[in-house]
Design a protein around this ligand. Structure first.
Ligand SMILES: Nc1ncnc2c1ncn2[C@@H]1O[C@H](COP(=O)(O)OP(=O)(O)O)[C@@H](O)[C@H]1O
Ligand SMILES: [Mg+2]
Length: 253
């Protein structure tokens, strides 16, 4: 229903944008003598365009959230997923003087998961960590491992932390404390992780930092938890195809 509403808003919003654009063009052509408020008109029209554009972005984000794409499962190594996601941010981190400290579990962590979605979830967390950094020394630690028989990835920052009264809102759609934030990052992460049978936990100390842990399922655990759920989508068991290496290479082709 909410997605329907978002679509309903989109068309009138488009008219609003186009009309503002027309007003701006018409105002620009008015001779200064007959329109002393020309500058004011222009800046009002531009302000309207900006608001319309921003609303449109919010709607797009919401629609992506409300209508997630179907899961495409592949046999993946969590270590590789984390390493590749960190690569996206290399330049960004370097520019801000952040050197992430990364510790990978010594062996592969085979998952049955949607590569794009998982990378999106980890990226959202890394961006949140980056945005929270407020001290001279900017620390982001990333670790993968196994805890209580489950694979996890943990992202830790020494940023501003999350005040107690904000904690219960951070998974609410559109909750943000950042200028220009969408408030969709964490809700998307949680939806993706739950879709994979996993969980997310957050520990934070105000002024000191935040640790977010995504706990997932190993391939075998995933198959046991979702028996036959997407039988056709599931690749055969690792052993049947000669192990993760082969399957992962096939998936990346
Ligand atoms: N690592 C973090 N450190 C401090 N605050 C955080 C962190 N991650 C999330 N938050 C808080 O949770 C809010 C919601 O995060 P998110 O859903 O990703 O939306 P956005 O990043 O667009 O604000 C953020 O605005 C911020 O207040
Ligand atoms: Mg975010």
């Amino acid at each position: 229903m909410a997605a329907g509403l978002a679509h309903e808003i989109r068309n009138p919003l488009n008219s609003l944008f186009i009309n503002s654009q027309l007003i701006e063009e018409m105002a620009a052509e008015l001779p200064d003598e007959i329109a002393p408020q020309k500058e004011e008109l222009l800046s009002l029209a531009l302000a309207n365009m900006k608001v319309a554009r921003r609303l449109n972005e919010t709607l797009s984000g919401f629609l992506r959230f409300a209508r997630p794409s179907a899961m495409e499962l592949d046999l993946l190594d969590l270590n590789r997923i984390v390493a590749e996601t960190l690569c996206f941010l290399d330049v960004d981190f370097a520019r801000r003087g952040i050197i992430p400290v990364v510790r990978h579990h010594p062996s592969e962590l085979p998952l049955l998961a949607d590569e794009k979605q998982l990378k999106q979830a980890i990226l959202n967390l890394l961006l949140n960590a980056e945005e929270a950094l407020d001290k001279e020394e900017k620390l982001i630690r990333v670790a993968t491992g196994v805890r209580r028989g489950r694979p996890y990835v943990r992202i830790q920052d020494n940023g501003r932390g999350i005040p107690a009264d904000e904690r219960r809102h951070i998974f609410q759609v559109f909750f943000t404390t950042r200028r220009g934030g969408s408030g969709l990052g964490l809700p998307i992460v949680r939806r993706i992780i739950r879709g994979h049978g996993g969980s997310i936990s957050i520990r934070s100390r105000e002024g000191i930092g935040t640790t977010v842990t995504l706990t997932l399922l190993f391939e075998s655990q995933f198959r046991a938890m979702f028996p036959g759920k997407q039988r056709l989508a599931l690749p055969p068991l690792a052993g049947e195809r000669g192990g993760l290496g082969t399957a992962a290479q096939e998936a990346s082709r």
